[in-house]
Write a protein that binds this ligand. Structure first.
Ligand code: HEM
Length: 372
């Protein structure tokens, strides 16, 4: 489904997280390009931007390259995530006996196969200029100066380690790439959408974000540098508060490997345990205003719960999100660029979600930009 809202003069409609994979083509490296494209076409999908970031950083693909993993790969992932949710909602399918005989299992196997075949390292090799040549050129450029800041896609690292140190098989490379893509694109998209919704609705918050950015950049028209990002303290508080109220992954799961006593209950060894991150973030330890959006709480340690796992939007323990730091940088930079140039508008009262593996805004997530 491609949803294209009407363009009203002076306003730039951005489709929040509309139906994924809208079929729009194009890459937007800068907001100028985004807004130009938006105005010409009536709307863009935030997902498309995040998708580009993910494919770019994971695989090093540019605009032309992306055709390799366009609709089939993306669509298969989307459906897989939905099937996972469908199984979770049907307790009888939790039992392997029923699940293995179900049409859901057959669909899952087929989609898994699609994903496997598309992101086959051999095909990625071929795609990167038909041979490894381009990859080698890239790697030489990177290796010649370790201290430079040049961007290295994950794929380059993996292939390099595989070739030079025999560290990974093709299958392992493929599985790692899949993990990166699936763990990063939808989470980033939804978080980005929610952030825009929050600052679009809370004008006072948006003004403070804007003022902080102007101060950190010294009112100069320049890009952010690495050293600017830690200074965006209020913006970080806004990001955390958004993720606290709406953890993009509302539940995580763990396998219980020995009987675990919790109060008067025992979780038996071998069972799978779902942990509600949403529940932890709304727990009374956050105070009577746990349900309210108050970024200021992050600026005063005395207002935060005295528990190391009170904020778990990026998970907890050994399987904690490895993209956390990166995500914070991306969110700060992207929101920073948008707020510098645009007023953001949204209507939070109409926002509706659906629980899937990643929380899905399904209604009321229209975001509008007007030029400052
Ligand atoms: C705002 C964006 C993101 C959120 C909210 C998020 C959240 C999470 C959560 C809740 C987990 C599960 C941790 C657990 O089970 O305890 C996770 C795992 C993971 N995330 Fe993220 N994530 C985000 C972005 C990213 C990005 C951009 C990447 C890649 C660069 C990434 C890579 C991963 C990987 C590889 C795992 C699996 C780690 C493991 O099982 O050891 N994530 N993430």
């Amino acid at each position: 489904k491609t949803v294209t809202p009407p363009v009203s003069p002076g306003a730039i409609p951005i489709l929040g997280h509309t139906h994924r994979f809208t079929g729009l083509q194009g890459i937007w490296n800068t907001l100028e390009q985004i807004s130009k494209f938006t105005l010409e076409n009536g709307g863009i999908s935030i997902l498309k931007i995040c998708e580009y970031k993910v494919y770019g950083t994971t695989l090093g693909l540019n605009a032309e390259d992306q055709t390799l993993i366009d609709k089939d790969y993306a669509h298969a992932f989307e459906l897989l995530s939905f099937l996972y949710y469908e199984r979770a909602m049907k307790p009888w399918l939790h039992l392997p006996f029923f699940f293995n005989r179900s049409s859901l299992k057959r669909r899952q196997d087929k989609l898994t196969e699609t994903v496997r075949n598309i992101l086959n390292p051999c095909r990625v090799y071929m795609f990167l200029d038909n041979t490894k040549r381009r990859l080698e050129i890239k790697m030489n450029a990177y290796n010649s100066d370790e201290s430079n800041d040049k961007f290295k896609p994950v794929l380059n690292h993996l292939l390099y380690l595989a070739d030079e140190q025999n560290a990974f098989s093709d299958t392992e490379i493929r599985e790692h790439l899949n993990t990166f893509v699936i763990a990063s694109y939808d989470t980033s998209t939804v978080t980005f959408t929610l952030l825009l919704m929050m600052i679009g609705w809370h004008k006072d918050v948006q003004d403070r974000v804007y003022n902080e950015i102007q101060e950190v950049l010294n009112h100069e028209d320049r890009d952010f540098t690495k050293s600017d990002l830690p200074k965006l303290v209020y913006l970080e508080a806004v990001i955390k508060e958004t993720l606290r109220l709406y953890p993009t992954i509302p539940y995580i799961a763990r396998q219980v490997n020995k009987d675990l006593k919790l109060g008067k209950y025992t979780l038996p060894s071998g069972s799978t345990c779902a942990i509600s991150l949403h529940g932890i973030h709304r727990h009374p330890m956050w105070g009577p205003d746990a349900d309210q959006f108050k970024p200021d709480r992050w600026l005063d340690p005395a207002r935060l719960p005295n528990h190391p796992n009170a904020f778990v939007a990026f998970g907890v323990g050994k399987r904690y999100c490895i993209g956390r730091q990166y995500s914070m940088m991306v969110m700060k930079t992207t929101i920073g660029h948008i707020v510098r140039q645009y007023h953001v508008h949204s209507d939070l009262s109409k926002l509706k979600f659906q629980y899937e593996v990643v929380l899905q805004p399904i209604k009321g997530h229209r975001i509008t930009f007007t030029k400052r």
